[in-house]
Design a protein around this ligand. Structure first.
Ligand SMILES: NC(=O)c1ccc[n+]([C@@H]2O[C@H](COP(=O)([O-])OP(=O)(O)OC[C@H]3O[C@@H](n4cnc5c(N)ncnc54)[C@H](O)[C@@H]3O)[C@@H](O)[C@H]2O)c1
Length: 490
């Protein structure tokens, strides 16, 4: 284990080649920014998904992220970034090899004990293990040393499993390949990823038992625009727990403010003023206090569940229950807000209820719909026979339905067909009885809701589940307004 009080040499040699396995959100964006900031280093980005690689090669990233195009153009100018499906080539070429494959929650298999044992909470390390085995099989024919940087979020101690899977490929009695391994968890947030990478709050570099100070410094050297004060050198286990705990605490704030929304609704207390009261306390701070239909994204839920699983494995049942409540509150919020739509809006006899949903991505600035509240709300509505007209500036219906399926939501064909996508928000609202705002896209504040009202069936309802609009103004247009956390909305 590397000590926290490391004496880290102050300069490091510049690597000739950096490789990365896994070109999803984290792998691609981290590498693009690093390539931009390290023009004299060559970057080889590998992914087993040929669709992803072809998209990057064609200069068309497979997802929307602000400023990504500009930074990709910058890298093209430096001519220092290549995309490939040949992961072995990336391993062979790399002095530093990043691993940024996905680590979702483990599926519950047909083994009935599975449900009892991990309840889908444990992190699925299958992809990490596959990559480890692949790297091991290449390292045996590589002479130069490889510094492996694990970027994926993982449970405490997963680096040892990684090393063990890698070394299964090593040849007994032959000299062991030269490698060292560090954990550098990523803290970027989708929608602001480039900004977060350029101005991170901190970089965590956690050494495994195989890493020495020069390895930590080598990784640190890539982040050449970051002040030394922002770098935290620690051990792998602290880095891994630090990442899980950071996501758990952020999600906990979302669930905490959301837990207060029904109390406000039932007591006529004002959630926006409450937000001010809490946020102006310097010990609490103002961020992550927006009431919402719940957190989403690929990370919060699975990382908290991973923490719950770790706690249970350690026999810490109260700790596990504490963190699990954050996820349960989130599910409750999504469910109760959907039930409210169904309980409030009447449908015309003989006709299905039509509802316009604004927002499918889990937050503004991204096309990512993984675990978005919109998936729960839209699929619940559709299952109850409602026609759901969705508009989102970036997210696609195809991805939305795939993500619903990955979440284990089994929609009937008829229900899936009831979820329709529209290219304009006004067209989505036409003929609908209610508009529901689910994602905080800035443009939703700017629409002319008078036009929506004219195009909708009457009485027309507006559910502002992101508190984006001035309720009094929208009410004067004729809408029956229902705002999250406001009296009369429960
Ligand atoms: N998305 C985020 O906002 C975010 C932020 C911080 C940390 N993380 C963590 O970073 C990791 C990656 O997340 P992501 O959102 O980038 O995932 P992702 O699903 O977008 O990307 C993972 C990529 O890895 C590729 N891959 C999987 N197995 C492979 C293999 N054997 N060989 C080559 N390529 C392989 C997949 O094809 C995919 O393109 C996860 O552990 C996640 O928890 C994500």
């Amino acid at each position: 284990m590397v000590e926290t009080q490391l004496v880290v040499p102050s300069c490091a040699s510049i690597p000739e080649t950096v490789g990365c396995i896994g070109c999803g959100y984290v792998g691609s964006m981290t590498m693009i920014v690093l390539a931009y900031k390290n023009p004299h280093t060559r970057f080889v980005l590998a992914d087993c998904n040929s669709r992803v690689i072809s998209a990057y090669k064609a200069g068309l990233p497979p997802f929307h992220e602000p400023f990504l195009d500009e930074y990709m153009a910058g890298c093209r100018k430096h001519a220092n970034i290549d995309f490939t499906t040949d992961t072995d080539a990336a391993v062979l070429a790399a002095d530093i090899l990043f691993v940024a494959v996905d680590t979702p929650s483990a599926p519950i298999s047909k083994d009935p004990l599975d449900k009892f044992k991990h309840k889908g909470r444990k992190a699925n390390l299958q992809r990490l293990k596959e990559v480890a085995a692949r790297i091991g099989s290449v390292l045996v024919r590589k002479f130069a040393k490889t510094l492996i940087v694990l970027k994926s979020t993982m449970p405490i101690g997963a680096e040892e499993k990684f090393i063990s899977h890698m070394s299964r490929a090593f040849v007994p009695d032959a000299p062991e390949p030269k490698f060292s391994l560090v954990c550098v968890p990523e803290f970027l947030a989708e929608g602001t990823a480039i900004h977060n990478l350029l101005h991170p709050d901190r970089i965590i570099i956690g050494g495994s038992r195989t890493a020495g100070p020069e390895d930590l410094r080598m990784v640190r050297g890539l982040y050449n625009w970051i002040d030394e004060k922002q770098v935290i050198y620690t051990d792998a286990h602290t880095a891994q727990l630090g990442k899980l705990a950071a996501n758990a605490m952020l999600a906990q704030r979302v669930s905490s403010i959301n837990s207060l929304t029904p109390i406000c609704e039932m007591t006529d207390a004002n959630i926006q003023d409450l937000k001010l009261i809490l946020g102006s306390d310097s010990r609490i701070g103002p961020l992550f206090l927006n009431p919402s239909p719940g957190f989403g994204g690929s990370c919060f839920k699975k990382d908290i569940l991973s923490l719950v699983y770790i706690s249970e494995k350690l026999g810490l049942h109260e700790v596990a229950m504490y963190w699990n409540a954050v996820v349960e509150l989130n599910e409750y919020q999504k469910r109760r807000l959907t039930e409210r739509i169904l309980a409030t809006v009447p449908s015309s006899p003989g006709e299905p209820l039509r509802v316009c949903v604004l927002g499918a991505s889990f937050k503004q600035g991204t096309s990512d719909t993984r675990e978005s509240s919109s998936i729960t709300v839209c699929t619940m509505l559709a299952e109850m026979g409602t026609e759901v007209h969705v508009f989102d500036p970036k997210a696609t219906r195809e991805r939305f339905l795939v993500e619903a399926e990955i979440q284990g939501i089994v929609l009937t064909l008829e229900a899936a067909e009831r979820i329709k996508w529209f290219a304009s928000p006004l067209e989505a609202a036409r003929g609908a009885r209610a508009v529901v705002i689910l994602t905080d896209w800035e443009e939703f504040r700017l629409y002319d809701y008078a036009d929506f009202y004219v195009a909708m069936e009457k009485p027309a309802y507006l559910f502002d589940y992101r508190r984006m609009l001035n309720a009094d103004k929208v009410r004067t247009l004729g809408f029956v307004v229902n705002q999250l956390g406001a009296a009369g909305s429960q």
